[in-house]
Ligand binder design. Structure first.
Ligand code: ADP
Ligand code: MG
Length: 285
């Protein structure tokens, strides 16, 4: 794959004729009877960036777990690259090219940042030598702006650095599909901008991405398509522009407060008056 060949945001690298890399069909996951994910179906084409938004508790992280293999579906199928992966372990799925980050960051605390990333590289199933894994790790540390912190231990990191480390570990696995669960939470706007640029670069290098995020500017900046979840279900799906101006989404998800603020700042681009979506605030859950 060629690196850094920019494409216009609207004309996605993938078209409707590109086969799906990832397909969820009628996937349900119940925890003790309550559905966290409820009859959810969607597909992601190779080369695409799909953004998933929705209030806290909507089931977004559960979706990531279902794709990555940490969570087994109660029913329904998860297909990746044409095969049913629904019963494969996270390890087996990593070998197929699926890498994820965790919303609650989980660095190996005894290891420093570089060692954490090397573990990611060694985990990618390509049978890398230790020397090769170190080379990959150093390259990823540069890309994720962590090189200067390579020697810090996992428990010496700021929240923002933990997020970067999550991303770096996943990237070191050289995935075909990258699943990002709120990697921008806690970042200041300039850091968000860097993260958005990084995700776009990763995508341009050939990686398909599913990104969960509350920061609307970030979702708009990276997503070819946006899916909205509410109570485990899909309530909208489409271009970022269409989805974020969808009245049902605005009211069901963003809440009354957002709808009112949006009306009051009607002259803007149709975006949130604030950068960050109220995570569940103001909705009727
Ligand atoms: P989101 O990431 O959109 O905030 P989650 O996928 O984390 O939502 O959670 C969806 C729902 O499933 C929530 O009601 C949550 O409490 C519940 N849930 C998630 N994981 C578990 C679990 N391991 N055991 C029991 N309930 C869970
Ligand atoms: Mg979550």
């Amino acid at each position: 794959m060629s690196h850094a060949s920019p494409r216009p945001m609207e004309s996605s690298a993938s078209s409707d004729t590109t086969p799906a890399l990832l397909e969820l069909e009628h996937v349900t996951k119940r925890f003790g009877g309550l559905p966290a994910v409820d009859d959810l179906s969607f597909a992601v084409r190779e080369g695409e960036v799909l953004g998933i938004i929705g209030p806290n508790g909507a089931g977004k992280s559960t979706v990531i777990g279902l794709i990555g293999g940490a969570i087994a579906p109660t029913s329904g199928s998860v297909r990746f690259a044409g095969r049913d992966v629904g019963r494969l372990s996270p390890h087996q799925r990593a070998h197929l090219g699926i890498a994820r980050t965790f919303q609650i960051t989980q660095p190996f605390v005894g290891l420093d940042v570089r060692e954490n990333v090397i573990v990611g590289a060694l985990f990618n199933g390509k049978g890398m030598s230790r020397a090769e894994a170190m080379r990959v790790a150093d390259e990823v540390l540069e890309r994720t702006h962590l090189a200067a912190k390579a020697r810090l231990k996992g428990d010496e990191l700021t929240v923002a650095d933990c997020k970067r480390l999550e991303m770096a570990r996943a990237l070191a696995m050289q995935p075909r599909l990258l699943l990002l669960d709120e990697v921008m939470a806690g970042l200041v706007p300039s850091e968000v901008e860097l993260a958005v640029r990084l995700i776009r670069e990763i995508n341009h290098s050939g990686v398909t991405v599913v990104v969960i995020e509350h920061i609307m500017k970030a979702i708009q900046g990276v997503s070819d398509r946006v899916l909205v979840m509410h109570f485990g279900r899909k309530i909208a799906e489409g271009s970022p522009q269409d989805v974020l101006s969808n009245q049902r989404v605005i009211e069901a998800y963003l809440g009354e407060r957002y709808a009112r603020m949006r009306r009051e700042s009607a002259a803007d681009t149709g975006l949130a008056p604030s950068d960050t979506m109220a995570s569940g605030e103001g909705e009727d859950a």
